[in-house]
Design a protein around this ligand. Structure first.
Ligand code: SIN
Length: 272
């Protein structure tokens, strides 16, 4: 199906598409926002190239079209832009964000609906991001396994994800169902991730470890993935409710740098 205002080129049958014909640094029209919404619903993560006019103000404006912006557990870019998070890796980095499979901020009661990441500086080679469809991962479980997982809950602990940046920090913890339903499509997804999930609450520790390890291995099946090769000034916009992602840090000591915003889950609506 064609779109009224943008071109959308799928990268795989299950997840990921490149969107062209739009400048995100300019105010967007209602028709453009409807098309972007539709592209995310259909492709789960969408990518934009050549967005070299984006800055923190215009990135916040793009995010705000889709809902209120959510502050990250880690420090914001500046006092002026606390909702914008800087992402930067170079020869001094000991860790980078996202180097373990995760959904963003699943350690809070209401994790973000989505995130928009802009990279202005990329290494000469490497630094790809892989996204996985949690719809595809759920759909490929057997009915017996789906039934087994239904009704279980898991604890998601911010210390697991962020403790390596600052072990003294205080981070949120939250409990979520292991299987959730996307609020807009009603499709079911697997909702545990290596980055944040510490254990399944209704199981003993050994059982929990085995079940989580099985699910993580299943989620990492490449048939559910798209791998995005960044260029300078590319943007990725993902639906955090039905995807996980992994940032590959294979470019040390090169520089990879940009910033991102997260959108609250309460609504996905167009704000003026
Ligand atoms: C993240 O996990 O949010 C970072 C993704 C990336 O750097 O590609």
């Amino acid at each position: 199906m064609t779109y009224a205002t943008i071109s959308v080129t799928p990268l795989t049958p299950r997840i990921g598409a490149v969107v062209s014909g739009i400048n995100l640094a300019e105010p967007l029209t209602e028709a453009q926002l409807e098309d972007i919404n539709r592209a995310i619903t259909e492709h789960l993560v969408i990518f934009f190239r050549d967005q070299d006019q984006l800055d923190p103000v215009s990135l916040k404006r793009v995010g705000h079209y889709f809902g209120d912006l959510q502050r990250h557990a880690l420090k914001g870019l500046s006092e002026e832009h606390p909702e914008v998070r800087k992402l930067h890796a170079d020869e001094n980095s000991k860790n980078v964000s996202g180097e373990v499979w995760h959904t963003d901020m699943s350690c809070v009661e209401s994790p973000p609906m989505g995130s928009i990441l802009y990279l202005h500086t990329i290494p000469p080679i490497g630094g790809d991001t892989i996204f996985a469809s949690m719809y595809a991962a759920y759909d490929h479980l057997s009915d017996r396994m789906k039934n087994y997982l239904e009704g279980l809950t898991a604890t998601h602990d911010g210390m697991l994800a962020f403790g390596r940046f600052d072990p003294e920090g205080k981070y949120p913890k939250a409990v979520h169902p292991v299987i959730t339903q996307h609020p807009e499509t009603s499709r079911k997804v697997i909702n545990v991730n290596r980055g944040f999930t510490s254990h399944i609450n209704e199981l003993g520790m050994d059982e929990s470890r085995f079940v989580l390890d099985y699910l993580y291995q299943h989620i990492e099946n490449q048939y559910f993935h798209v791998r995005f090769r960044w260029q300078a000034h590319s943007v990725a916009f993902w639906d955090n409710r039905c995807t996980q992602h992994l940032a590959i840090w294979d470019y040390f000591p090169q520089v990879r740098s940009g910033f991102r915003v997260q959108i609250e889950n309460s609504t996905r609506q167009h704000h003026d």
